[in-house]
Write a protein that binds this ligand. Sequence first.
Ligand code: GDP
Length: 289
Amino acid sequence: MAIQWFPGHMHLTRKAIQERIKDIDVVIELLDARLPGSSANPMLADMTAGKPALKVLNKQDLADPARTAIWLAHFNAQPGTRALGLDASMTTPAKALVEACFALAPTRGGSMAKPMRVLICGIPNVGKSTLINTLKGKRSAKTGDEAGVTKIEQRIVLQDAFYLFDTPGVLWPRIIVAKSGYNLAASGAIGKNAFDEEEVALELLDYLRQHYPAAVEARYKLSGVADMTDEELLAAIGRKRGALQSGGKINLQKAAEIAIHDFRSAVLGRITLETPEQFAQWLAAGQKI
Ligand code: GDP
């Protein structure tokens, strides 16, 4: 069963973006570097069509560096699009952002022209508040682990005649294929109550077992995980980590929580849950929901 995620309508967000977009020179979309396809909101692409786009692959410290490079090349090959990787450890991300925006909209900014106006968007938990705080150089915007912390619109002056606007409202993730729903859930982007941990963990392990078997084997001291079924692997993790119920039965719910936690906190290593090719295949496979 696919994840059912109905976060409510996005009337405010849609309206705010529509009102703002005509004055905007560049749209920055913050993506999760571990799931750059699934963490994009297709509504944003529709609403900002024709505007130069800067894709920022955030949390790159958690993602597989080789795959981040593939995603960056993928986005950079699209017309009117540039991409760069960022993470919260970068103390001065502004320089890279400003340079990329000028590269996308070279006629804007500067002494002769109008100020550069940039809109920054991203689904909850992707790290927007963290980035904005770093850009502002002080901890005033609220950051939190909970999806959907409401924010008021704010304008950040990155340099003379360079304005960054935050979008008010919440740009909820939109699950367009089943696999994206699982990846969003595994990453922490959708509410805990909206999914079943065991189901999400099984999907996660299915992917890890095929694409990152060595990381799983090293973490849980297992061997041959590529040949296990997902259920066998989840049970093996539960056994290794002492997730047991009375009578010695494996507590699969607990095992699932462990696997998801280990992915999110990168104790499994730096992992990316999709490549551009795989994401395109999921879309093409017609398991749209
Ligand atoms: P927002 O909902 O998009 O504003 O996301 P937040 O800025 O509140 O960040 C959500 C969570 O991700 C917080 O726990 C942050 O500490 C964490 N986070 C943000 N950026 C990064 C990053 O680049 N790397 C890592 N590892 N964690 C990050």
